[in-house]
Design a binder for this molecule. Structure first.
Ligand code: PM9
Length: 459
């Protein structure tokens, strides 16, 4: 049969101009940025694949919604619209607004974790683990082994290994586990989903031990899509329906609305238990803002309410979003570049261990590869390896994750297929000549979340 292509379910109404720089300008820019792509000025970037966080394009409906934002300090009508959207789409009754995802993580960690507690997670996310440790908790990884293997084709690399979870319960006792932190579409594993069967089984297991399950539902929409595509019994179910079912296997969730929810800023903590929500709101007023804005402007909440509905109004949205990631993944795979497989929901992750096989992990291959790609074409990606993993708070030693990756993250509804072609050609060219990529060393290392502000120099 002749090929039948699909296209994005939107058309462009406004454009933002971007600048192509010369190689000389980029060499200077990355040196001034201490070889850290976070420290580049966006004016020096051509195609910005640093993150999908807060970088997506809002729809005309969302821009229109900004105008009707209610900026009342207390009781804003925009808050109630946002609360209604969370209840309708995610199914949690109690909605606590925050300025972004880490605000929700902070509040949740502070109300539930006591010093000495242990928090099982499926892999780690940087800010999530930070807040768990900041509250005195000990982070434990209970993700399936396949998640740590970039070449494993296992379809649900975000799953929790129930034996590992049980081992943590046996060792520490359920009373030392304030909750299980279950991330949907695990970011650091490459945007990898959990199956509905696993979400259900983990929840049942935790219920037997009296342990709540708290989702990081930041990219639950993309997880819902993979369940629809890959799991028996879900092909005919709508994304909206699947998302609701995912959330049903939890007692609450933190969400960075800067991803699935299609806004540039915002987030929330959602809970079922009214008493827990009362405790969260008591802290909220000290750290985020009043319970009816939590750090967001009224107009932000208005655009967010619209974004939450928009992401599930039609299954075409998420299919095109993940489809574009798959398109870039296929180009890179066909060009022989080593990437994490299966390709995930929000970006393509390059396997720097294999691309830069000449560099040992202590020479920071992923950091170096991200810098080299930037110099080649002005495409900006992000390190997700030893630098992001930070140090063990007990021993002070570097964590040495098996995954040493460069993430090329796609903002939603922003770039075209031609941008993907340019990106793939640049990455393939750098990978073909990878021996030229020299390793890096730290010249400045912040104590916490070091990847954001660290500086490096070539070895
Ligand atoms: N994620 C990302 O680029 C932005 C900051 S870290 C480089 O992937 C998860 C799964 C996230 C996430 C942010 C947060 C924190 C929580 N969970 O950035 O505070 O991917 O809104 O959310 C980033 P905020």
């Amino acid at each position: 049969m002749a090929r039948r292509s699909w296209a994005e379910p939107y058309r462009v109404k406004v454009v933002e101009l971007i600048r192509v720089t010369t190689r000389g300008e980029r060499e200077q820019a990355i040196a001034e940025a201490g070889y850290n792509t976070f420290l580049l000025r966006s004016d020096d970037v051509y195609i910005d694949l640093l993150t999908d966080s807060g970088t997506s394009a809002m729809s005309d409906q969302q821009w229109a919604a900004l105008m009707v934002g209610d900026e009342a300090y207390a009781g804003s009508r925009s808050y109630y619209r946002f609360e209604e959207a969370v209840r309708a789409v995610y199914g949690y009754e109690e909605v606590v607004p925050t300025h972004q995802g880490r605000g929700a993580e902070h509040i949740l960690s502070q109300i539930l974790i006591s010093p000495g507690d242990v928090v099982p997670n499926n892999m780690y996310f940087t800010t999530t683990r930070f807040h768990q440790e900041y509250a005195g908790g000990q982070f434990v990884d209970v993700i399936v082994d396949e998640a740590h293997d970039p070449q494993s084709l296992y379809p649900f690399k975000g799953n929790i290994d129930l034996d590992k979870l049980q081992a943590v319960i046996d060792e520490h006792g359920a009373e030392r586990i304030p909750y299980v932190s279950f991330e949907t579409n695990v970011n650091m594993a490459g945007g990898q989903p959990a199956s509905m069967a696993n979400l259900r089984a983990v929840h049942e297991h935790c219920q037997r031990h009296g342990i709540p399950v708290m989702l990081d539902a930041t990219r639950a929409l993309e997880n819902a899509y993979f369940i629809q595509q890959r799991e028996d019994g879900y092909a005919q179910r709508s994304i909206k329906d699947i998302l609701r079912e995912i959330c049903s296997y939890s007692e609450g969730a933190t969400v960075s609305s800067k991803k699935d929810n299609l806004v540039n800023i915002g987030g929330f903590l959602a809970l079922r238990d009214a008493e827990l929500a009362r405790r969260a709101r008591a802290l909220l007023v000290a750290f985020e803002g009043l319970q009816t804005y939590g750090g967001m402007a009224g107009r932000d909440m208005e655009a967010l309410a619209r974004g939450i509905h928009e992401m599930v109004d039609s299954d075409d949205h998420v299919a095109a979003r993940v489809g574009q990631v798959a398109y870039l993944g296929d180009l890179l795979h066909d060009a022989g570049v080593a990437i994490v497989q299966p390709v995930g929901g929000h970006g393509v992750f390059l396997d720097a261990r294999r691309v830069c096989a000449h560099l040992p992990q202590e020479h920071l291959p992923a950091q170096a590869l991200a810098a080299a790609i930037y110099v080649d074409s002005g495409v900006r990606g992000m390190e997700r390896g030893i630098v992001s993993a930070g140090r063990d708070p007990e021993t002070g030693e570097h964590h040495t994750p098996q995954l040493e990756l460069v993430r090329l993250t796609l903002p939603r509804r922003v770039y075209t297929q031609a941008h993907m072609d340019v990106t793939a050609e640049s990455v393939a060219a750098v990978a073909a000549d990878a021996e030229q990529v020299s390793g890096l060393r730290f010249t400045y290392e912040p104590p916490e979340l070091r990847f954001f502000q660290a500086r490096f120099a070539p070895l």
